[in-house]
Design a protein around this ligand. Structure first.
Ligand code: MEV
Length: 438
C-alpha cells in the first residue's frame, strides 16, 4: 500500500507514529508500542534527540563498544566504536594488542587544510578577471571578518583565495578556490558562511569595477559550498617491526606471513575490485569512531574514496613493505574532523566518547581514527592471508544466529562450547539447536 500526506511535519510525534502504523502495518497497535518502546524515559533526553532532525518518531540503537589497549605515539587509548558488524570491535582489540606488544602505532598529521569553493560564470576577458580578484583580496578578508574573528583568535581562518580557470572543461566557468584552517572544529558552517559572504563580495564588487564592460560586470554565482575532498587534511598512521617479531599465536612463519601480507596489499593497490573491499575494511574502523565521536561519516566516506582514486584509478588506502628485514604497514587518510561544535557538545554519548579519548584536539582525533582504520585493515588482511575471514567472523556472528532462534541460556552455553572446537556455519548452528531441542 502506498500513501501520501500533506502537513506531516506539523503532526504531533504520536500522530506521526499512528499515521505510519495505520498506513503501513496490519498490527498497528503492536507497532506503535514497539516504536514507543525505543523512546527514552527521560523526556528531556528524548527531546534532545527528537530535535536533531525533522520528523523524529523514535530512536534507532546501534551498539556502542570499546576497543582497549591501543598504544598510539606511546600513549594508551581505549577507542569508542559505534557499529553493528559483529566482528569489528573484536578485530580492532586484537590488532591493538598485537601491535602494543611490538612498539605500538605511530601517527602523524601531515596537513589540516580545509577547502571551499565559489563556483561562478563570467563571460569576459580573463586577465581583467584575475586583476579584479587580486584587487579584492583585502576586501574579501574585511567582509568576512565578523565570521572569521573568533576563528582567528583560535589560530584559524581563511588561508588563501585563489582564482581557478575551469573554462576548458565548462564554458565560462571559474572558481574561487578558498583554503581554510578550522582548528578543532570540522568547520562546515564556518566555511559555508565565509563562502557565501565571499560570493556576495565577488558579485557586488563587479558591478562597480570600472575595468569591466557591462557584460563582464554580470558575474553569475552558481553556488558556494565547502568541499568534502580534503587531500591536504591528511594523517598518516603506521606500524613496523623486525619480521622475526611478527611471530605469534597464529603466525608461525613470520617471513612467509610478511611476504603474503605485502602481496595482498599490492593486489589492493593495483586491482580496484579488491581495493574497494580492502578499503571497506579500513572504513569499518574509521566510521565506527567517526560515528561515536559525533562526526559526519558521509563526509569522511566521500573524501576518503575520492582520495583513494586521486591518480585516476581506485587503489588501496594502505601500503606495506619489507625492507632490511623490517615489516612496515601504513595508511594516509584525509580526515576532516571536529572535536568542538556540532553534535560534540550535544549528544551525551558523544561526550562520553570524547572524554574516553581524553578530550582530543581535532588533530589528535585524526590520529586515533587513522589508527583505528589501520588496525582494522591489519586484522582483516591478516585473517584473509592466514585462517580466512570466516573463522573469526562466524565466531562473532554466532550470537546473532542464537538470538535469531531465541536460544535459551542453557542452549547458548552448550552451543558456544561446541563451536570452540568446530567451524561455525549457519546450518551447523541450526542443526545443533534442533538436536538439543529434540
Ligand atoms: C568486512 O566487513 C571487511 C573485509 O571484507 C575487509 C577485507 O576484505 O579486507 C573483511
Amino acid at each position: 500500500m502506498t500513501a501520501n500526506i500533506n502537513g506531516f511535519s506539523k503532526l504531533s510525534k504520536h500522530d506521526k507514529i499512528n499515521w505510519i502504523a495505520q498506513t503501513y502495518f496490519s498490527d498497528a497497535n503492536d507497532i506503535v508500542e514497539l516504536i514507543e518502546q525505543y523512546w527514552n524515559t527521560d523526556e528531556e533526553l528524548q527531546k534532545l534527540h527528537d530535535e536533531f532532525i525533522e520528523n523524529t518518531i523514535t530512536n534507532f540503537y546501534l551498539p556502542f563498544g570499546v576497543a582497549p589497549n591501543f598504544k598510539i605515539n606511546d600513549r594508551w587509548y581505549t577507542i569508542p566504536m559505534v557499529i553493528e558488524e559483529s566482528s569489528v570491535v573484536a578485530a580492532a582489540s586484537k590488532a591493538a594488542k598485537f601491535w602494543s606488544e611490538r612498539g605500538g602505532f605511530k601517527a602523524t598529521v601531515l596537513g589540516t587544510e580545509k577547502i571551499g569553493q565559489v563556483h561562478f560564470i563570467y563571460k569576459g576577458d580573463k586577465d581583467k578577471l584575475q586583476s579584479y580578484i587580486d584587487s579584492l583580496q583585502q576586501t574579501f578578508l574585511d567582509d568576512t571578518l565578523s565570521i572569521t574573528q573568533n576563528m582567528q583568535k583560535r589560530g584559524g581562518g581563511i588561508s588563501a583565495i585563489v582564482l581557478r580557470d575551469k573554462t576548458e572543461d565548462l564554458a565560462n566557468y571559474y572558481q574561487l578556490h578558498v583554503t581554510f584552517e578550522t582548528k578543532d572544529s570540522m568547520g562546515a558552517n564556518f566555511i559555508n558562511s565565509c563562502l557565501e559572504q565571499i560570493a556576495k563580495t565577488l558579485k557586488h564588487g563587479a558591478l562597480s569595477y570600472s575595468e569591466f564592460t557591462e557584460e563582464e560586470k554580470e558575474i553569475d554565482v552558481v553556488m558556494s559550498i565547502l568541499s568534502n575532498y580534503v587531500p591536504n587534511c591528511v594523517v598518516r598512521a603506521e606500524v613496523s617491526c623486525p619480521i622475526a617479531d611478527l611471530k605469534g599465536k597464529d603466525i608461525a612463519d613470520p617471513q612467509l606471513f610478511a611476504e603474503k601480507f605485502v602481496q595482498a596489499v599490492r593486489i589492493a593497490e593495483i586491482e580496484p575490485f579488491r581495493a574497494v573491499t580492502h578499503n571497506k575494511g579500513v572504513m569499518n574502523g574509521v566510521d565506527a569512531v567517526v560515528v561515536a565521536t559525533g562526526n559526519d561519516f558521509r563526509a569522511i566516506e566521500a573524501g576518503v574514496h575520492a582520495y583513494a582514486s586521486r591518480d585516476g584509478q581506485y587503489r588501496s588506502l594502505s601500503h606495506a613493505s619489507i625492507e632490511d628485514g623490517v615489516f612496515r604497514f601504513w595508511i594516509d587518510l584525509p580526515l576532516a574532523l571536529g572535536t568542538v561544535g556540532g553534535l560534540t557538545s550535544l549528544h551525551p554519548m558523544v561526550k562520553v566518547a570524547l572524554q574516553m579519548l581524553q578530550k582530543p584536539s581535532a588533530a589528535e582525533l585524526m590520529q586515533v581514527i587513522a589508527v583505528a582504520g589501520l588496525a582494522q585493515n591489519f586484522a582483516a588482511v591478516k585473517s584473509l592471508t592466514t585462517t580466512g575471514i570466516q573463522q573469526g567472523h562466524m565466531k562473532m556472528h554466532l550470537m546473532n544466529i542464537l538470538n535469531q532462534f531465541k536460544a535459551t541460556d542453557a542452549e547458548r552455553v552448550k552451543v558456544v562450547a561446541h563451536f570452540e572446537k568446530h567451524v561455525v556455519s549457519h546450518s551447523a548452528v541450526v542443526e545443533l539447536l534442533e538436536s538439543l531441542r529434540k
